[in-house]
Design a binder for this molecule. Structure first.
Ligand code: DGY
Length: 323
């Protein structure tokens, strides 16, 4: 029996590419060049499975392709706001993602952003590298203490819980959260976390706010100028979720006006573009969407796609089916 034809949109870790070559008739992307719309059309016309990742816009235009051959989109990444799920459903496509395996690393990264913004770590590093440091002194580069402060989580899914675990057990932080689908009582109790009714309630009370909601229409510009105005002037905002959860212009204005103390960002509106104003601000820590970027996790993410494809082609239900 011939192997299923699989087309992968970007370069994947070599262990995963090797496994794909064993199992499938796979077309890899050795140059790692992003695919154009017409290349994605060709992939959907020629492969049994198309494997995009979170930076590929698999929108209605892409999915309206004539002569669709593919039956499954095995996406590499947990977020699926880059895929038009309604369009996929209407074309009879199965869609899978890669949850769980990136939870710890993404929470580590969110905590890194929190610590770096609070303790001015990016600024301090630039200071040393620029040979501006003149020595220790009592008032030099004083930041904000983290231990014992209140962490407000917007969304309390897997990554938020892992972040709360680190913050509560490692830094003695008080955890407050809001989520329309709150976690089970035992999870809340183990973190001594306190639920709040609304996003506004969390913003008013937290010293650090970390966003952990999915991207997409429902959360577009959830953090807008009105909500930013509710935050404490000394508070910090951390975003490791999706860029457009924050109205980026409103965030820039809040930072310029000193309405909040700083921000740690791993994701942006219109990635990979980052506004000049953010680049010039010392109280902002900027990462290039690194949440899941450890070697171990990126391999596990790829293997999870492989597992989903294998199940699908064996006629079983893929473990991570979204549609
Ligand atoms: C995801 O998986 O959705 C992240 O944004 C990248 O790992």
């Amino acid at each position: 029996m011939s192997k299923p034809r699989v087309i992968v949109s970007r370069k994947w870790p070599e262990e995963v590419e090797g496994r794909m070559q064993e199992l499938f008739d796979v077309q890899l992307n050795e140059t790692d060049t992003p695919m154009t719309v017409s290349q994605m059309h060709e992939a959907l016309q020629n492969a049994d499975a198309f494997c995009p990742t979170v930076s590929d816009q698999v929108n209605a235009e892409v999915l309206s392709v004539d002569n669709l051959k593919a039956r499954i989109i095995g996406s590499y990444g947990v977020g699926f706001n880059h895929i038009d799920l309604d369009a996929a459903r209407s074309r009879g496509l199965v869609v899978t993602n890669t949850p769980e395996v990136l939870t710890d690393c993404t929470a580590d990264l969110a905590m890194t952003l929190l610590l770096m913004t609070a303790r001015r770590a990016g600024e301090g590093e630039r200071h040393v590298r620029n040979r501006e440091w003149t020595g220790w002194r009592p008032t030099h580069m004083m930041g904000t203490k983290v231990t014992g402060k209140t962490l407000g989580l917007i969304g309390m899914g897997r990554i938020a819980r892992a972040m709360a675990h680190r913050a509560f057990h490692g830094f003695g932080m008080r955890i407050i959260f809001t989520d329309p689908y709150p976690p089970p009582d035992e999870v809340v109790d183990s973190l001594q976390a306190e639920a709040r009714e609304t996003v506004e309630d969390v913003l008013r009370e937290a010293d650090f706010v970390s966003l952990h909601c999915p991207g997409g229409k429902e959360t577009y510009h959830l953090i807008n100028s009105d909500r930013l105005a509710l935050m404490k002037p000394g508070a910090f905002l951390v975003n490791s979720a999706r860029g457009d959860v924050i109205d980026q212009s409103a965030l820039i204005a809040a930072l310029e006006q000193g309405a909040i103390a700083g921000a740690g960002l791993d994701v942006y509106e219109g990635e990979p573009a980052v506004p000049e104003k953010l680049l010039s601000m010392n109280n902002v820590v900027l990462f290039p969407h690194l949440g899941s970027a450890s070697r171990e996790t990126r391999v596990e993410m790829g293997m999870r796609v492989v597992e989903n494809l294998q199940a699908f082609f064996n006629g079983e239900a893929p473990r991570d089916r979204v549609v």
